[in-house]
Write a protein that binds this ligand. Structure first.
Ligand code: MLT
Length: 438
């Protein structure tokens, strides 16, 4: 969490005085922006060498300085470049937010028009992309298809490896943001056994995506306004979330100076996991397992007792300790969508789970409130997206954040190839004593 991101860069707040018991070593470690530098720990002797910090899963380690997204998990605050998420989600377009994330300021009208134009005119993919997508099995997971397709794009645009050339970076970023919806929609159509629909460059970013997903024989596809609005808002909410698992993957892979198509493919792979982008799919599966609203109390009791295999998905969050601010926005959006499409059996279960979790002391005291994944799955389901496509929708939006973070990492003089240390716990030296015959 970057709680101190308003502090001037490199401001020394204080220092931490460390004395080493049994020796006369005393070290002062500078505390800057609320953090000590892990490399300063090398000044402190430990064992045969110097002190290391050990932090599996980065629970208390900042890996970078970032000016992109601010989260205060205790207060439930999320801002992109200083702008509250509630204001952006209500007023901005996804492409305006994508620009903001990358450039740090809102675009002027001229900048925005050029940005939208450039993205719109890079929505097409090479015809060979269609051919290899058709080679996937009919039941391939769309995240697998998307990850492979984005990685493959690196071979279509080899000059993207010139990551130190700002023009090449700009072109690769435009291509990725432009082509992600096309690849995602192609994956969708392949699984459904439907012909691919080419981009319609007369439509907005979101409308075009929905058109490539759903258009049949009509000359121009018109999505239901409530679905266009919901998708635009969900894309904004998912666009960035500071150093989450997939962003960390993009930064780590990108730190080797590979091209951005390959780095974003790594982000998609990370997002695919059920603990990350797959979480809203897991919520829907949990609801289907509950099966009926009358089974909710028994399910809740099982979760509370800790016995059995029932897990409450879509509640609580690693960084938000009071409330996920995105969930509040999505909940209001969900109400809007459900008013139009109606409430079915699964939705009734979800609403009952939500009601109990928000009123039962067990959940309230543990701060297990519904997070963004709880509602997004419900909305996507109302839009008739198949469950395994939810994470793909997340990936389209997060591409904007990944690329802003990737470029920030590249331009950050302090960054080097990501290469953590380890604490070796294996055997000491021993002679080879193999008995195999070759
Ligand atoms: C995200 O938006 O990436 C998720 O909430 C996960 C996270 O931030 O760790």
């Amino acid at each position: 969490m970057s709680k101190t991101n308003t502090a001037p860069a490199n401001a020394t707040d204080s220092s931490l005085h460390v004395t080493v018991p049994g020796s006369d070593t005393a070290v002062d470690l500078a505390v800057t922006d609320g953090a000590i530098r892990a490399t300063d720990l090398r000044k402190i002797p430990a064992g045969d060498g110097a002190l290391l910090s050990y932090d599996p899963a980065f629970l208390n380690t900042a890996s970078c300085r970032s000016a992109i997204t601010f989260i205060d998990g205790d207060k439930g605050i999320l801002r992109y470049r200083g702008y509250p998420i509630e204001q952006l989600a209500g007023k901005a377009s996804f492409l305006e937010v994508a620009w903001l994330l990358r450039h740090g300021e809102l675009p002027t009208q001229g900048e925005y028009d050029t940005w939208v134009h450039d993205i719109t005119y890079h929505t097409y993919v090479h015809e060979n992309v269609k051919t290899f997508l058709q080679g996937f099995r009919y039941d391939a997971h769309p995240m697998s298809m998307l990850c492979s397709a984005v990685a493959a794009l690196s071979s279509f645009y080899p000059s993207a490896k010139n990551i130190h050339d700002p023009e090449e970076r700009n072109l690769a970023i435009i291509r990725l943001i432009a082509k992600l919806p096309t690849l995602a929609a192609f994956a969708y159509r392949h699984i459904k056994g439907l012909p691919f629909v080419y981009p319609d460059n007369d439509l907005s970013y979101v409308e075009n995506f929905l058109s490539m997903v759903a258009r049949m024989t009509e000359p121009q596809y018109e999505a239901r306004p409530v679905f266009t609005r919901a998708t635009e808002i969900l894309f904004i909410l998912h666009a960035d979330h500071e150093q989450n698992c997939s962003t960390n993957a993009v930064r780590a892979v990108g730190s080797s100076h590979v091209d951005p198509f390959s780095a974003v493919a790594a982000g998609i792979a990370a997002l695919y996991g059920p603990l990350h982008g797959g979480a809203n799919e897991a919520v829907l599966r949990m609801i289907q397992d509950i099966g009926n609203v009358k089974n909710v109390p028994a399910f809740i009791e099982e979760v509370k007792s800790g016995k059995g295999s029932s897990r409450l998905m879509g509640f609580g969050h690693r960084v938000y300790k009071s409330y996920d601010p995105r969930a509040r926005i999505v909940k209001a959006l969900a109400d809007e969508v459900f008013k139009e499409v109606g409430v079915d059996k699964d939705l009734e279960i979800a609403l009952e789970l939500e009601r109990i979790a928000l009123s039962d002391d067990y959940f309230v005291s543990r701060k297990l409130y519904p997070n963004v994944d709880f509602y997004t799955g419900m909305i996507y389901r109302s839009m008739k997206f198949p469950m395994d496509f939810f994470t793909v929708l997340f990936a389209i939006a997060r591409t904007a954040g990944w690329l802003a973070q990737w470029e920030e990492m590249l331009l950050d003089k302090e960054q080097k190839i990501a290469r953590p240390r380890q604490i070796y716990v294996g055997p000491g030296e021993r002679p080879y004593a193999g008995t195999l015959k070759y």
